[in-house]
Design a protein around this ligand. Structure first.
Ligand code: NAP
Ligand code: ZN
Length: 346
């Protein structure tokens, strides 16, 4: 065991405080990573609060991890000491089951989350990226393109792939009208990626306060959802609407903004169920869908795409002892557009 330093919450809704814990010894197929930066995802807040009822305490959050390789096991072939790497939301998945599908591995039952899961074959919980180092199987480590800085690239590991995957799956591109609902960590990545894919992009935000930023990120249009006229003006407009909102909202009102055969994809995961009227779907043969992160294969594809297009997150760098204040600000939609922890401050 190697001792690791990090920040943890001891119980639901407890503040994050310094925490020392064991990391497993590396195996032949493991990569040891010195963590340099970790993005702060709204999922970290849901998980610390046990809002989805699946948290394991103490919890060390963080699944937007970038760092540098410090050691590799004897069977590791793709990485060497000094490489710039990333780790996202999971660190293992089904490796033996017949249904294993590398294109959809995030939906397989054997998925091991980067934090609040259990190390396969070991009696140790997984602890995430608000920490100084990690030991991760080679197959779950990503390469960060040389032209992307490690701090602004960190949010790609969750926010980036969570938007890239549905944009690809539902064929965002030239001739497609795509709306991104919520301009936070996920949403701002969605705007940049959908724009780079060639889609016509509309931001739907609570107010117009971030309009200049949204347009600079590549949005073609920007509307406030606090203005009732938005829902009349945009009725029947979108092929694809991706909802990144972390709270419960009236999904029916947004489904009405879809064209016939349009799709609304939920990536935001509110803690409470949201009621839906069947007639929000029936008249337009509309689809309400969900999407969860992406496979390792697709995550590397997304990183390479972002490298080619020079896409990274707009970040506010914080010291780790500012993490509780950052959570409070995110709960008020007050972030432009992702907090990233500088792990040198640990
Ligand atoms: P975030 O940075 O806090 O952004 C969420 C945005 O939603 C806010 O910036 C705000 O945008 C909007 N919003 C927040 N509360 C709202 C409300 N009450 N009504 C209307 N709009 C509201 O959060 P994030 O990190 O992007 O995560 C968003 C959600 O996605 C979370 O639930 C998270 O757990 C989930 N998530 C899912 C996946 C997946 O695989 N499906 C992966 C990662 C995260 P405006 O200020 O523009 O209105
Ligand atoms: Zn996340």
């Amino acid at each position: 065991m190697a001792i690791a330093k990090g920040y943890a919450a001891a119980s639901a809704s407890a503040p994050l405080t310094p925490f020392t814990f064991d990391r497993r010894e590396p195996n032949d197929d493991d990569v040891v990573i010195a963590i340099k930066h970790c993005g702060v995802c709204h999922s970290d807040i849901h998980m610390v609060d046990n809002g989805w009822g699946q948290s394991v305490y103490p919890i060390v959050p963080g699944h937007e991890i970038t760092g540098v390789v410090t050691a590799v096991g004897s069977k590791v072939s793709r990485f060497k000491e000094g490489d710039r790497v990333g780790v996202g939301c999971f660190v293992d998945s089904c490796t033996t089951c017949a249904a294993r599908d590398l294109d959809r591995e995030q939906y397989m039952p054997g998925l091991v989350l980067t934090y609040s899961g259990f190390e396969p074959g070991a009696d140790l919980p997984t602890y995430g990226g608000y920490s100084d180092h990690m030991v991760v199987k080679e197959g779950y480590v990503l390469s960060i393109p040389d032209n992307l800085p490690l701090d602004a690239a960190a949010p790609l590991l969750c926010a980036g792939i969570t938007l890239y995957s549905p944009l690809r799956h539902w064929n965002a591109g030239p001739g497609k009208s795509v709306a991104i609902l919520g301009l936070g960590g996920l949403g701002h990545m969605g705007v940049k990626i959908a724009h780079a894919m060639g889609a016509e992009v509309t931001v739907l935000s609570q107010t117009l306060s971030k309009q200049a930023d949204g347009l600079a990120m590549g949005a073609d249009h920007y509307y406030a959802t606090s203005d009732a006229a938005t829902f009349e003006t945009l009725a029947g407009t979108f092929d694809l609407l991706i909802c990144t909102v972390s709270a419960g909202i009236d999904w029916g009102a947004y489904l009405n903004l879809l064209k016939v055969d349009g799709t609304m994809v939920l990536v935001g995961a509110p803690e409470e169920p949201v009621p839906l009227n069947a007639f929000a779907l029936i008249p337009g043969r509309r689809t309400l869908a969900g999407s969860m992160i992406g496979s390792i294969k697709e995550t590397q594809e997304m990183l390479d795409f972002c490298g080619e297009h020079g896409i990274a997150a707009d970040i506010e760098t914080i010291a780790i002892d500012q993490i509780n204040a950052a959570y409070e600000r995110m709960q008020k939609s007050d972030v432009r557009y992702r907090f990233v922890i500088d792990m040198a401050t640990l």
